[in-house]
Design a protein around this ligand. Structure first.
Ligand SMILES: Cc1cc2nc3c(=O)[nH]c(=O)nc-3n(C[C@H](O)[C@H](O)[C@H](O)COP(=O)(O)O)c2cc1C
Length: 365
């Protein structure tokens, strides 16, 4: 691989190594992919009104999320099926996160069990992303396993009652290749998982995810998760964020699943603005979606996010060069954020002033 200079270079390198089915699965948004495009574009709807003559000789990226120390506010979002990107799979991602001082949120849909992910990087901070299954006893067992394996928080994803339609997956008849399996879910996998047309994942979600989940279930889940904090992922509305806090959430994660669920959902930058205003400092707010550079991350921090998460960039790093590729992706984003902070007159990622960011007035998209 020639040295990638941008996250898009990592995507090109990964694409060259991956099967078409895997690349399409990682890249796609839902339907016409408006929200996928909107997520990335929306960060450029803002301007960074930099300050001059600030001492930025020793910029600090280190911060905390729910009290956990991390080396940077750019962290790793949960994504499914890492073994499709590299044979090291989720273990490689977990080791890369640990080597980078980052936080890895392991997905329910990992191709490695949550216990094996934990064992790959003992002592490193990790959170577990949960889907609520129709089989509530099984859902409770996942939470108990995450607690036993030393995960520090449960992140419940609330934007996936059914799977968004990703057209390429339907066309490709997306399914996991022989030898790969949704490792956390072995006990509830339907025997006929591989039979049928279209996306295997869409069939799985339709048969096993609980589309009836509502606020009262969230309160019960928060109790089940205790003493671990519950983070609610997949919100874009201020009223939903307040309801989540009222039902036991400790932090809000603004996300539209990387534009893979409801097409024409708002960008997460716009969701972030709305949720920061509604929550008004009561809880930490995180955001993901379309963050492909340090300047995008700086806009998000200036808008009030405590941290940002990246999904596809990590998959591109993993697909391009395994564990080392993920380390390099995180290093690149951190380098870009450091430079952007210095140029903007910000010395500390935990104290980005809100007046740094203004919505652009000229040439709106
Ligand atoms: C290939 C892929 C798989 C994903 N799998 C999950 C998942 O299992 N659970 C989840 O909560 N979110 C999942 N997401 C959403 C990510 O957590 C995150 O919200 C999104 O990728 C952020 O957007 P970005 O890819 O533009 O950074 C997935 C996203 C992608 C691209």
């Amino acid at each position: 691989m020639t040295d990638p200079v941008t996250i898009d270079d990592f995507e090109d390198a990964a694409r060259a190594r991956l099967s078409k089915m895997a690349y399409d699965y990682y890249r796609s948004g839902s339907d016409e992919e408006h929200t996928l495009r909107r997520n990335r574009d929306a960060w450029t709807d803002f301007e960074l009104w930099y300050r001059a003559l600030v001492d930025v000789s020793a910029p600090r990226l280190a911060t905390t999320v729910l009290g956990t120390a991390v080396s940077s506010p750019i962290l790793i979002a949960p994504t499914a099926y890492h073994t499709l990107a590299d044979e090291g799979g989720e273990r490689a991602t977990a080791r890369a996160a640990a080597a980078s001082g980052s936080l890895y949120v392991a997905s329910t849909l990992a191709t490695t069990t949550l216990e094996d992910v934990a064992a790959a990087a003992p002592g490193a901070p990790r959170w577990f992303q949960l889907y609520v299954h129709k089989d509530r006893a099984f859902t409770a067992r996942l939470v108990a396993r995450a607690k036993a394996a030393g995960y520090g928080a449960i992140v419940v994803t609330c934007d996936t009652p059914v799977l968004g339609r990703r057209c390429a997956d339907v066309r490709n008849g997306f399914s996991l290749p022989a030898g790969m399996v949704m490792a956390n879910l072995v006990e509830i996998l339907p025997p006929d998982l591989h039979d049928g047309a279209g996306s295997e994942l869409a069939r799985f979600v339709a048969s096993r995810h609980d589309a009836s989940v509502s606020w009262k279930d969230l309160a019960a889940l928060a109790e089940d998760c205790a003493p671990l904090p519950l983070v609610v992922k997949g919100l874009v509305r201020g009223d939903d964020a307040l309801a989540a806090l009222d039902h036991g959430a400790r932090a809000i994660w603004v996300s539209n699943h990387g534009g893979r669920q409801l097409d024409l959902a708002p960008s997460t930058a716009d969701g972030l603005v709305e949720i920061v205003a509604a929550v008004d400092g009561r809880a930490e707010i995180y955001v993901d979606g379309g963050i492909r550079s340090g300047t995008h991350a700086l806009v998000a921090l200036g808008l009030g996010a405590r941290a940002v998460f990246v999904g596809r960039p990590v998959l591109w790093g993993l697909g391009a060069a395994g564990e080392a590729g993920v380390v390099r992706v995180l290093a690149l984003l951190n380098e870009e954020l450091t430079r952007a902070m210095q140029l903007a007159g910000c010395a500390d990622a935990t104290g980005i002033a809100r007046d740094l960011v203004r919505r652009t007035r000229l040439f709106p998209r």
